[in-house]
Ligand binder design. Structure first.
Ligand code: CA
Ligand code: CA
Ligand code: CA
Ligand code: CA
Length: 219
């Protein structure tokens, strides 16, 4: 009788051990599945944010290119040669044709980086969107003229180019020093436009994308 009781106790103990091991294995499996699912979800949300920034940056650069191609390139002569850069570009465009003489009417246009409304340049995220001192790219038609019109080409523009800090050095190794999130510089007759956009994705992570395009300035 004692032998039977001992066997039953041993069998019960063995079963508890098996159950414990099985539970541990199942926990590991479920943990791995949950991790893989979360990783996939994180990649997806980051990808959505990245694609959003890419499409907006391409659209803005395309609009800038279009405006510059229809400009008087001689008005862009004031642009400094790289590595000098500017976050503002002023140029002349034909905005109308004189009704009396049939000649083109030239007016000044301007493209520049401006701090977002409600987001002063103070090192603080004033509007609570997770970005610090972010700005917009604006295109101003008839700049300082009677019919001045301001159009926002792009939002979520970083204050600085990706990888660049305000420290007097070229941190991102593009030959420009402390350049802004929108910058213009001239290289061998081509105007180079550089743009860095940022946003916070659905997981609360900062996503940054940078783009560059060139416009050949014919004389
Ligand atoms: Ca902000
Ligand atoms: Ca600020
Ligand atoms: Ca740089
Ligand atoms: Ca720097």
């Amino acid at each position: 009788m004692k032998l039977l009781t001992k066997r039953r106790t041993s069998r019960a103990g063995h079963t508890i051990l098996e159950v414990t091991i099985s539970a541990a294995i199942l926990a590991m499996i479920f943990g791995t599945v949950a991790f893989v699912a979360k990783s996939g979800s994180d990649l997806f949300t980051t990808s959505v944010a990245r694609n959003d920034l890419e499409s907006r940056a391409r659209r803005a650069l395309s609009q800038i290119q279009t405006e510059l191609l229809s400009s008087d390139h001689s008005s862009l002569d004031a642009i400094a040669q790289s590595p000098v850069w500017s976050s503002q570009l002023v140029f002349d465009q034909v905005t109308a044709v004189s009704s009396t003489h049939g000649t083109p009417v030239w007016t000044s246009s301007m493209i520049e980086f401006r701090y977002e409304q409600g987001e002063p340049d103070d090192g603080v995220d004033n509007d609570g969107d997770g970005l610090v001192d972010e700005g917009v790219v604006v295109f101003v038609k008839d700049w300082n003229g009677a019919d001045e019109q301001t159009i926002v080409l792009c939002r979520d523009v970083a204050e600085m180019q990706e990888g660049e800090d305000v420290d007097g050095a070229d941190n991102n190794d593009n030959q420009l020093t402390d350049e802004a999130g929108l910058s213009f510089d001239l290289i061998d007759g081509s105007l180079v436009v550089r743009l860095t956009l940022q946003r916070i994705d659905a997981q609360g992570r900062l996503v940054t994308r940078s783009f560059e395009s060139s416009v050949w300035l014919r004389n």
